[in-house]
Design a protein around this ligand. Sequence first.
Ligand SMILES: NC(=O)c1ccc[n+]([C@@H]2O[C@H](COP(=O)([O-])OP(=O)(O)OC[C@H]3O[C@@H](n4cnc5c(N)ncnc54)[C@H](OP(=O)(O)O)[C@@H]3O)[C@@H](O)[C@H]2O)c1
Length: 337
Amino acid sequence: MPTKPSRTWSTGHHVAARALDAALEATIVASFSRVGAVLRRATQGWPPVASMEGRTILVTGASSGIGRASALALSRAGADLWVTGRDEGRLEELAEQIRAGGTTVHTAALDVTDAERVDDLARRISEDAAGLSGIIHSAGALTHEFATNAQGVETTVATHVLAPFRLTLRLAPLLRAATLSTIVTVASGGMYTERFDLSRLEMGPGDYDGVKAYARAKRAQVLLAHEWSRRWGRDGVRSYVMHPGWTDTPGLATSLPTFHRLGPLLRRVDEGADTAVWLASGAAGETGTTSGIWLDRRARGEYYLPWTRPRRSAQADGDELWRWCERRSGLDLPPTQ
Ligand SMILES: NC(=O)c1ccc[n+]([C@@H]2O[C@H](COP(=O)([O-])OP(=O)(O)OC[C@H]3O[C@@H](n4cnc5c(N)ncnc54)[C@H](OP(=O)(O)O)[C@@H]3O)[C@@H](O)[C@H]2O)c1
C-alpha cells in the first residue's frame, strides 16, 4: 500500500503517526504549513522516491517554484523530462542543471493558454521515440486582474482547466500506450472554499475576483483529474490530484504577499513538490485515482465545508465539465479536412 511506512516500525508507532496526521489535518494551519510536512515526514518513515529510469515525464510550469522543484527531483530519480514555462531563459538554466545530472531534458517555452502552441508541443512529444509516461500539471497563477486569452476565455480558467484538458487529451494516445502512466495535477487547498458549479466557473469582467476564480478553477481541476482516471484507468493511466500546502515560491510572493509573510511557516519548494513527485513515480498505486486530493503522501477528503459538497454525483459533474471543456476548446467539432 502506498502509505505503508517501513516494516521495522511498530504497530504502536503507526497508530501514533496516524493520530498525529489526523490531528494536524483538523487544524488546517498546521497541516498546510511546513509543520505538517516536517512532522509527517518525521513520523511516517517516508521512503525515498523509487527509481524512474526509463520513464519520460512532462512538467508544465517548470520554470519556477513547485514545477521546477518537481523537475529537479524527477531527474534525480532518473526520469527523462520535457519541461515547459513561458520564460525561455529560466527553462534553459533548469535544463543545464538537469543535463549535468545525466538525464535527458527537452525544453518548450510556451504559454499554456495558447492552443496552437500546446498542439505543437504535443506533436513534438509524439514524434519523439521515447514516448511519454507522465505529466505533472504545475503551471498556474492567481491573478487579481481580469484578462482573457486569444480565444476570449478568462485566463484563470484557461490556464488551470482548459490548458491541462487540451494538453492531456492530445497526449492521451502516448499515455495510454505506456505500461504505466501517471498524471499529477497540482491543485490548491484554496479549492476547499468553493463548490463545483459550472455556471460560475468562468467569471466575467464585471464580477471577477481572482481568489474566487482561482478556487473555482482548482475545484474543477479535481474533477478533471478524476475524469482522466475514470476514462483511461483501464489503459494503465493513473491520474492524481494533490495540493502542495503553503509553499514558498515566487508565485505565492507575487499573488498573495500578505500570506507570504508567514515566512518560516511556509514549506520549502522541495517539500511542496514531494507528493507530486512521489505520485508521479507510481508509488500510490490505484489509491486515490478517482476520488480524494493528496497532501503529504496521503489521499484526503475533498470537502471541509458542507456547502461545497456536490448536489449530485461527482461523475455527473465530471461529465458536464468534460463536455464544457470540449466545447470551450473547440474540440467538440469534427476536424476540418
Ligand atoms: N505556492 C503555493 O503555496 C501553492 C499553493 C497551492 C497551489 N499552488 C499551485 O502550484 C502550482 C505552481 O505554483 P508556484 O507556487 O510554484 O508558482 P510559481 O513559482 O509562480 O510557478 C508557476 C509556474 O507556472 C507557469 N505558468 C503560469 N502561467 C502560465 C501560462 N499561462 N503558461 C505557461 N506557464 C505558466 C510559470 O511560468 P513562467 O515562469 O513563465 O511565469 C511558472 O513556471 C500552481 O498551479 C499553483 O496554483 C501553489
